[in-house]
Design a protein around this ligand. Structure first.
Ligand code: AR6
Length: 177
């Protein structure tokens, strides 16, 4: 099946079709605000208990846990960069967070993966640039890992939906170039 990217408006924790949902976490993996807080609330306290066993996560890396009370079987916790001025490897680290999430999804056999817009909340990554990196990196990573057949982006605001819609429209499939 040809890998596909779909865009959804709303709360990622309500996704009933994803095998795994990606969490925009911090290095501690011990919870926080934003989408991280929403995922921990929806999954229940067992999620935090499993996260405590993982010894944190480096920026740009990803680690999987169970999904507990979530509809999804797994949560893939990744850590995007805090955006400073664009000179501190932010673009590479954001791409790595998306790439590693797809790699971990392939390892655990998650075919449909839900993503939030990593780093564009508390971590202040500029939205248009982050959306381009997200779409391009996930497209390339799914081509490398055909077990992952769908990336489902959940956008929490009109502004973020429009940024991802624009990125999807302007990013040609590399195979078409
Ligand atoms: N579903 C989908 N998207 C959401 C949801 C939700 N339920 N809630 C928020 N968003 P952020 P970051 C959007 O701040 O920038 C946490 O405290 C939100 O509007 O959650 O990577 C962690 O523990 C924004 O567009 O993640 C870290 O400390 C996007 O998700 C830190 O925040 C990401 O915003 C990570 O910051």
């Amino acid at each position: 099946m040809t890998p596909k990217i779909t865009l959804h408006r709303g709360d990622i924790t309500t996704d009933t079709q994803a095998d795994a949902i990606v969490n925009a976490a911090n290095n501690s993996l011990l919870g926080g605000g934003g989408v991280d807080g929403a995922i921990h609330r929806a999954a229940g306290p067992e999620l935090l208990a499993e996260c405590r066993t993982l010894n944190g996560c480096a920026t740009g890396d990803a680690k999987a846990t169970g999904g507990y009370q979530l509809p999804a079987t797994y949560v893939i916790h990744t850590v995007g960069p805090v955006y400073h001025d664009g000179t501190r490897d932010e673009a590479e680290l954001l791409a790595s967070a998306y790439r590693r999430s797809i790699e971990v999804a392939a390892e655990i056999g998650a075919a449909r993966v839900a993503f939030p817009s990593i780093s564009t909340g508390v971590y202040r990554y500029p939205l248009a640039e982050a959306a381009q990196i997200a779409i391009q990196t996930v497209t390339a990573a799914m081509a490398q890992h055909p077990q992952v057949i769908e990336a489902r982006f959940w956008l929490f605001s009109d502004q973020s939906f429009e940024a991802f819609d624009a990125a999807l429209t302007t990013t040609a499939d590399p195979r078409d170039r």
